[in-house]
Ligand binder design. Sequence first.
Ligand code: ATP
Ligand code: MG
Length: 687
Amino acid sequence: MKNNMTSKEIREQFFNFFKGKNHKIISSAPVIPFDDPTLLFTNAGMNQFKDVFLGKGTRDYTRAADTQKCIRVSGKHNDLEEVGYDTYHHTFFEMLGNWSFGDYYKEEAIIWAWELLTEIWELPKERLFATVFRTDDEAFEIWKNKTDINNSHILRFDEKDNFWEMGEVGPCGPSSEIHINLSDDYENVSLVNAGDAKCIELWNLVFIQYNRDKNGTLHELPMKHIDTGMGFERICAVLQNKSSNYDTDIFVPLLNAISELSGIKYELEEHQIAMRVIADHVRTLTFAIAEGAVPGNEGRSYVLRRILRRAARYGRKLGLNKPFLYKLVDAVVNKAAGGMGSVFPEIKENQNNIEKIIKSEEESFNVTLDRGILLFEELISKPNDKKIISGKDVFKLYDTFGFPVDLVEVMAREKGFKIDISKFNELMNEQKERARKSTKNKISSLNIVGLNLNNFEIDSTSITNFVGYEKLDTTTKIIGVKNEGAVSLLVFEETPFYVEAGGQISDTGSLFINNQECKIKDLSKVENKTIHVVENKLQTLFDIGMEVNLSVDKNRRWAIMRNHSATHILHAALRQIIGKHVKQAGSFVGPNRLRFDFTHFAKLSNEELFDIESLVNEKLMENLILYHHRNIPFEEAKKMGALMFFGDKYGDKVNVVQFGNFSMEFCGGTHVQNSSQIGLFKIISES
Ligand code: ATP
Ligand code: MG
């Protein structure tokens, strides 16, 4: 067998091999799929090619090879429980892949995989096994007739092992896997797919053939494709003659750094587990944060928080009581695998920020970590025949001490305890319900009092056309009406009035009918209709079909537009100066001021504030032109690279607001025509 290769050389050889087969070497897609709301983390190499497989997108090549950054800690592929306890599952790993988009198919995929493993790398053939999907005779025959694999090593398995799916929906297909048995019992076929650490899957060749829809039905794809994934850390372990991925040059420098910090060697089983978890989790945090994800309370942010807290708590087992994880980032960037930063420059460029974010998150958890551990020790020392930690106690650890439930579960498992998860979930739901109620009250108090759409005379198919991007006055007809004494609720065919959304507050203004003015007191949007609350001091009642003039208060609206456009420029400036992790978390845009909420791990310094303010003003003076892309398909907007917000729901058609080449965001608001119309930008306060 070829050995004495560094991981860096192994990666290179993989690329070179497929370059020789006319593949284009492409770079990894981001591991944080900010533009795919169905996925928290990229979990396989094929994620970035979903559109190609579905026939919705194309590339300018039909063969490609890459290494893809993957994270498997949520959803269909979740390996978190294994990590640290076994030697070959990571939360973050690299997946080496070769791809055919309607080009070559099963035969080449199988023959080339075999060639690389057995001819180039000279893996021992007697230890290799190939699995195929139980009905896939075609793949079986190719293995048998076109390679020199021992025929008794070709095995058939069912859906669980040989049918690959990215998630509940999407492209999928039968697969053929290559396993290696490194045990003494290496001819034993029953070890394949049996969860034995000595007999593991190395490479999965997927024959992408179907799309699974929401109902679970499989549809044949217009073209057949090849999607392969080989675990980089696993092949390195094999080629470096190690029985654990953690003994390769990818992990040893990290384990050494942990030993140095803790003064504990990688020897005792208990310490080894803790060190493996920490080494693994630091990689995940480094790569995720490099791309702008941050630990937080929801969605993928909460996953990262959980990962970090888990690692911090394992640190306690090594006597690491002060923030330490951030100190390991350097080993990931500059030492592990010959310096991961040389292959993935994003972690090198953002190293400083990554360290700061991890450190500040460690500091905030440290405050409660020790007290939580104490409470936990108390809980398990009480007499407890069933060895179950009550849902109430789990909830207390979660709610008061910030212990993610899976962490409590791990701690319980270590002591032979279980947790009452169903009671915990009940308490969680009650808490969510309380939170929901309190926000609901807020929303209804904002709404128009007494608005009852049941006896609102309106054609349910009619909609209000918003014309307020182009004009602030219009003549239109009433299409919905409800007279309520001193006020009338009116819906018009079209309106220039903007209704509060995305932080921008509602317009004010007037309605004119027969030269009499009625003030518009409030606005609300119900489905596609804008309801205007109109003061009614007229002798006659409003009725459907009447013609009126609508007029927005222009000075006020222009002031609002200046603030809204300034919000976008500020957002772009923050990302340029503070870092890509800066994400809008909310905003207020009114006529007198704007407020911009964003996530960051520290207070901004005076110097930073000054730099931000200067950059914004510089951009205002540059006279950046507004490009208002309206009603464009969501997919197209994504491709343009417009900033969007994870968790927000967008329709099929969206608006994108672009200022020069400096700022581009999904936005439904109203804006000035060019940045110089904003005037001067001044930061009054930061909190
Ligand atoms: P396993 O059964 O070992 O969990 P899998 O079937 O989940 O593997 P695939 O989804 O086919 O794996 O991924 C392709 C390859 O990526 C695998 O053959 C393996 O080498 C590697 N791989 C998968 N999951 C991990 C992980 N958590 N850590 C490291 N490598 C992995
Ligand atoms: Mg798996």
